[in-house]
Design a protein around this ligand. Structure first.
Ligand SMILES: Cc1cc2nc3c(=O)[nH]c(=O)nc-3n(C[C@H](O)[C@H](O)[C@H](O)COP(=O)(O)OP(=O)(O)OC[C@H]3O[C@@H](n4cnc5c(N)ncnc54)[C@H](O)[C@@H]3O)c2cc1C
Length: 453
């Protein structure tokens, strides 16, 4: 049910742990506050990658300024508490708590978490028909087997969807399979019709259970940002790295630094929001185009009282594949909250961004009424995200699209002339698309800059 973990546990066991821990050791070296070294670094973006780098550079004596386009830190770690529930608009889970740097960071930041349990689920078909555990488990087992082998039939030009449809035409049209593909593959990666049929399973995994934030993920960026110089509401539009000093244009002002670390999301790079002078090397421009940026939207609905099952997840299998097909019972994690969180993925997620709140609520309620009956009460409120049209992101996270090669993530990370550096989830070939990937990328780039002293 949770991103990446579902597939990875089945296919690879815990092969990520060793790698992950060695990465962690290098990430944690060189801690400690250093004397000012006379070097200035501008970090563009106050998401977790930018803040992790800024903190480490600060501790090593660099004069660091973070420029952030929004009026808050955290980027895709964003919590809305206006309804009395901690609604995480971006990341919710720590994927694999063992050896994961976010586990410790969450503790240090005072973020409470709860372990999630994939077996605490009920699966409903259209008409409110409850599936047996056996039917669900058997289909899941088959999915594991297919995902373990399907890349052998994959190729560089065809999408996951094309290859899957050719191999399993009946499954492709089956409601339960649509649900499995949507929630276990699309949520973890990206649009099936553009997902690489060779690389759909790339990326390493931490071991251990999954946990979910219960108090709000934004406490991590707030913790990392303490004591840093962060200028909010500063949109960077131009970076000129022709001279010794790099010049950064933001809100009509030009700031200069010895090094600049760019952590804006891949969607922002794809949309050419920042002009680079000279233009970025061809390999990086190519990688910006080739790596995919998906869309996931989240919806939180509240009621006066709960009418739904007392399990962690309620799944529903409509004909339309990526449409509000699973509900997280927020009450299991925040006991005073009578709330459900549901999701839309890929093109359906993008489509929701053109819909009114009333349209969205009606569609979600159609699914819930089909499960629980037409007399269920109307929700008292709804919160929603619009990640695709969000000008600070233009999508949710990166994925291996048709045409992506794993080296493209390294090309995205490649520094230029020891002056311009790049971090962010999309620059981590092993842990892209995750909070820990973003964090590790920031630590990695801070290390590179520190090594130049
Ligand atoms: C819906 C959703 C669900 C997710 N679920 C999970 C999950 O459960 N677990 C998990 O591990 N990961 C999850 N992720 C992924 C995770 O949130 C991201 O990988 C991670 O937070 C990215 O951090 P970052 O620092 O790379 O980028 P960001 O957090 O996006 O930070 C980049 C910053 O740059 C700023 N910026 C953009 N343009 C400019 C500009 N021109 N000038 C200045 N600043 C600019 C942005 O405002 C932002 O603050 C999810 C993401 C989404 C959207």
């Amino acid at each position: 049910m949770q991103r990446r973990k579902f597939i990875k546990d089945a296919l690879t066991g815990f092969r990520g742990i060793v790698l992950a821990e060695s990465l962690l050791v290098s990430a944690c070296k060189k801690e400690g506050i250093g004397k000012p070294n006379g070097k200035k670094v501008i970090v563009v973006g106050a998401g977790i990658s930018g803040l992790a780098a800024a903190k480490k550079l600060n501790q090593n004596g660099f004069n660091v300024v973070v420029l952030e386009s929004q009026n808050k830190v955290g980027g895709r770690l964003k919590t809305d508490r206006t309804l009395g529930v901690a609604f995480d608009e971006g990341a919710s889970w720590i994927h694999g708590i063992r050896g994961n740097p976010i586990t410790d960071l969450a503790q240090q930041a005072g973020m409470s978490t709860a372990v999630t349990d994939d077996d605490s689920v009920l699966s409903y078909d259209v008409g409110g028909v409850l599936r047996s555990d056996a039917v669900l488990s058997q289909a899941e087992e088959q999915l594991y087997t297919i995902l373990a082998t399907m890349m052998k039939s994959g190729n560089a030009t065809q999408s996951f969807e094309t290859v899957f449809r050719n191999l399993y035409p009946t499954k492709a049209n089956d409601r339960l399979w649509k649900f499995l593909l949507s929630t276990y593959v699309t949520f973890d990666t990206g649009d099936l019709n553009n997902l690489s049929s060779l690389l759909y399973n790339e990326g390493e995994e931490f071991g251990g259970k999954e946990s979910i934030s219960t108090s709000g993920y934004d406490s991590i960026p707030h913790y990392l940002g303490k004591g840093l110089t962060i200028q909010l509401n500063q949109r960077v539009t131009k970076i000129d790295y022709t001279s010794t000093n790099v010049k950064v244009e933001h809100n009509g002002t030009i700031s200069e630094a010895d090094h600049v670390l760019v952590t804006v999301p891949l969607g922002v790079l794809k949309n050419n929001v920042v002009q680079f002078i000279p233009t970025l090397p061809a390999a990086k421009q190519n990688a910006i185009q080739k790596v995919g940026m998906n869309c996931v939207n989240k919806f939180l609905l509240t009621w006066k009282t709960a009418f739904w099952d007392d399990v962690q997840y309620i799944s529903y299998t409509p004909e339309i594949r990526d449409k509000f097909n699973y509900f997280l019972n927020v009450r299991k994690f925040q006991p005073t909250a009578n709330a459900l969180m549901t999701f839309a993925y890929a093109d359906y997620a993008r489509q929701t961004e053109t819909m009114t709140d009333v349209q969205i609520i009606n569609q979600i309620m159609e699914h819930l009424k089909d499960i629980y009956g037409t007399s269920i009460p109307a929700p008292t409120a709804m919160l929603r995200t619009k990640w695709q049209t969000n000008e600070n992101c233009f999508g949710a996270y990166s994925y291996t699209a048709v045409g992506t090669e794993m080296r493209h993530f390294d090309d995205l990370a490649e520094a230029i002339n020891d002056k311009l550096f790049f971090a962010g989830e999309h620059t981590e070939s092993e842990y892209f698309s995750t909070v820990h990937g973003a964090y590790l990328s920031g630590m990695r780039e801070a290390d590179k800059i520190i090594a130049l002293r």
